[in-house]
Design a protein around this ligand. Sequence first.
Ligand SMILES: [Zn+2]
Length: 177
Amino acid sequence: MNDSPVLWLPEDGQQKMIGFASAEHPLETGGVMLGYANPPHVVVTEIIGPGPSAKHYRYRFIPDAAYQQAAIEAHFERTEGGETYLGDWHTHPNGIARMSWLDKLTLARIAQRTEGLAVLPSMAILAGGAGRWELAAFHHVKKAGILGLRFQQPKMRIKEYKRETRHEATACRPLAP
Ligand SMILES: [Zn+2]
């Protein structure tokens, strides 16, 4: 059985990220992913963008924190608490879809900050530019070891689902086998 983590995106999810990414390219942008989880499945139902007051630079961006917080809260209420924050996504303009050391540190810090949530956070990275975007995602996983609690950040498999199938048992039916 393959129990490596899976990031499920709605069929228009990646296109939505690419839309935000193209609008700022070659500067960096990003946002947050909202949804629910049924481990090892993480099901994204909403992609939130950077927000109108975000600041974009070549190798980083500063999200519009008030905009994102409001979007997270509105989604939480709309789904009666059934869906919540799953993690961040950001771009690597003209770069590669891999975690930088800073990305790894950031994901570990998010995991600490969101410890009360049922879902360990994920981080998606959209790398490239026009016509050659590549998406990768990573999941924060706790590992108990001899030296205490450690963690790993394995790469997730990314799959797409059709909106109307999102509440099926384990997660969703893939668009293609
Ligand atoms: Zn990065």
